[in-house]
Design a protein around this ligand. Structure first.
Ligand SMILES: Cc1cc2nc3c(=O)[nH]c(=O)nc-3n(C[C@H](O)[C@H](O)[C@H](O)COP(=O)(O)O)c2cc1C
Length: 189
């Protein structure tokens, strides 16, 4: 009887230890791997979310700043001739970035935030991705939008840059730090 009880307690003990170890591994991924949070934001919504992602992960925040800032009329999606419409209609458009694009070499994990434009990532995100050696890096997309999901934009990025280790992206409209923390824990970062 005593032996059975001892065996049961040992199994329970091992299970609890394994669970704690798993949790510890998850936490140490966040603290051991240097995390970069890169984002583009034309009107501030994605910027606010990116700040929360950086706060939760302890990552370094880096804004992608267009060399030529987007004016209100540039962002007019009802005008087929506006700058954003012309860029999004041209798969080869690569709007220039202001200054340094950020040094990714030191980072193993990169969160990449952007607003959804025409169900895609704005072309300036491509400018960034093509300005860096991201082979083998883990890139985790997140986005804000009026209502569209992130699936199409993330799939297009994954197809265009297969050398990157893409994680599933997440739409973070109105996300709180708690929501973001839960998502990142689920990812294991
Ligand atoms: C040119 C343009 C195209 C957009 N296209 C979409 C779209 O396809 N689907 C959507 O839900 N929202 C769309 N939006 C809305 C933005 O994704 C949304 O307002 C986003 O949160 C803005 O982020 P930001 O403030 O960081 O720039 C578009 C906005 C702009 C300016």
């Amino acid at each position: 009887m005593c032996r059975i009880l001892f065996a049961c307690l040992t199994v329970i003990g091992m299970t609890v230890t394994a669970h704690a170890q798993q949790k510890q591994n998850m936490n140490s991924i966040v603290s051991d791997q240097r995390i970069l949070v890169v984002y583009f934001s034309a009107t501030g919504t994605t910027a606010a979310v990116a700040e929360k992602v950086a706060a939760v992960t302890g990552g370094k925040l880096h804004a992608l700043v267009p060399a030529q800032p987007y004016t209100r009329s540039d962002l007019d999606w009802t005008n087929a001739q506006s700058r954003s419409s012309l860029e999004m209609n041209n798969p080869k458009a690569r709007p220039a970035l202001e200054g340094a694009t950020g040094e990714v070499a030191d980072y193993a994990v990169i969160f990449l935030g952007y607003p959804i434009w025409w169900d895609m990532a704005p072309r300036i995100v491509n400018t960034f991705l093509e300005s860096q050696d991201l082979r083998g890096k883990v890139v985790i997309p997140f986005a804000t939008s009026g209502s569209s999901g992130i699936a199409n934009s993330a799939a297009v990025l994954k197809k265009t840059y297969p050398e990157i280790k893409w994680e599933n992206g997440r739409l973070l409209n109105h996300a709180t730090e708690n929501t973001i923390r839960e998502w990142i824990e689920q990812l294991g970062y």
